[in-house]
Ligand binder design. Structure first.
Ligand SMILES: O=C(O)C(=O)C[C@H](O)[C@H](O)COP(=O)(O)O
Length: 213
């Protein structure tokens, strides 16, 4: 899958909703009820970070939930890409970009949202054929102001900013012409998952899904 095809797919996924929940899940028993709660709230694209031992099993379980589009986050190595694809991930997200990671996504046919925050990083991805990237870590890399400034000379790149985005600052990102959607963990707080308060998570998802962009 070429970088151009990967970015076309990533664009489709970002178009589904203004927010992609970034999920850190320790208990595989949370996978299905959480995915159902988020999809019911209007957030179908779900990023499961490969930061917990349960993550691949979580992807496998969530991939069975109707209406969901499950991806793997925190992809760092070709082995991560292979494992994510085998578990049923439909897209991948990485905090940065390396040639090995990009090569693995091409080989495995996994659409990648690679991370970039500087003009040179964005230009490197554009040179390879990517037109969609993750802007990470968004808030500490200059936030919406930095993204807006990058968009002036580099309007070809569209972003999914992630990292430090919350209901308080999300509007400043979604109003930018070079932002397709944002990633954020606020729609699936650990405390609500532990309590099994899926109804409240659906409410948070509803509010996020209704954000204008
Ligand atoms: O593990 C990854 O590859 C990531 O995707 C990192 C996430 O983007 C942030 O951890 C989400 O940030 P918060 O919304 O501030 O919690």
């Amino acid at each position: 899958m070429t970088p151009e095809q990967q970015s076309a797919k990533a664009r489709e996924i970002c178009a589904l909703a203004p927010v992609v929940p970034v999920l850190v899940i320790h208990d595989v028993a949370h996978a299905k009820p959480l995915a159902k709660a988020l999809v019911a709230g209007g957030l179908p694209a779900l990023e499961v970070t490969l930061r917990t031992p349960a993550a691949l099993d979580v992807i496998r379980a969530m991939a069975e939930v109707e209406g969901g589009v499950v991806g793997a986050g925190t992809l760092l190595t070709p082995a991560d890409v292979k494992a994510a694809k085998a578990a049923g991930a439909q897209f991948g997200v990485a905090p940065g970009a390396t040639d090995r990671l990009i090569g693995a996504c091409e080989d495995e046919g996994l659409p990648l949202l690679a991370g970039a925050v500087t003009a040179s990083e964005v230009m490197t991805l554009l040179e390879k054929g990517f037109t969609m990237a993750k802007f990470f870590p968004a808030e500490t890399s200059g936030g919406a102001a930095a993204l807006k400034a990058l968009g002036a000379p580099l309007p070809q790149m569209t972003f999914c900013p992630t990292g430090g985005i919350s209901p308080d600052n999300v509007a400043s990102y979604l109003s930018l012409s070079n932002v397709a959607c944002v990633g954020g963990s606020w729609v699936a707080p650990k405390g609500l998952m532990e309590k099994g308060d899926w109804a409240r998570i659906t409410e948070l998802a509803h509010a996020a899904a209704a954000l204008p962009r």
